[in-house]
Ligand binder design. Structure first.
Ligand SMILES: [Cu+2]
Length: 107
């Protein structure tokens, strides 16, 4: 299995490519104090963002256009979504409408 694995990593691995480009291979958003931190995050296409709810309150990370939706996240829950199309993705908490943020995905 090693030759196949090596070929996969060296060939077209998204995270490897992004690291070579000087970009980040993963994005992280902390949900704390009824806010998304950071509330603006720029990533490259193909990068996954993971939200972690650090609040005791339940929150969601819900795209304004429905592109992604974490569903209810309790304390310590995480949600990950991989952005494969460039654009700006505004999102909000489905429970607390004052909580808004955006992910910018660059080609
Ligand atoms: Cu909330």
């Amino acid at each position: 299995m090693l030759p196949a694995l090596a070929g996969c990593i060296g060939d077209d691995d998204v995270s490897t490519t992004k690291i070579d480009d000087g970009g980040i291979s993963a994005g992280a958003v902390d949900i704390s104090g009824f806010a998304f931190d950071p509330d603006g995050l720029t990533i490259s296409v193909g990068v996954a963002v993971t939200w972690t709810n650090s609040d005791s309150a339940t929150h969601t990370a819900t795209a304004d256009d429905g592109e992604f939706d974490s569903g209810d996240m309790g304390n310590g829950d995480t949600f990950a979504y991989t952005f494969n199309t460039a654009g700006t993705y505004a999102y909000h908490c489905g429970i607390h409408s004052s909580m808004t943020a955006a992910i910018t995905v660059e080609a």
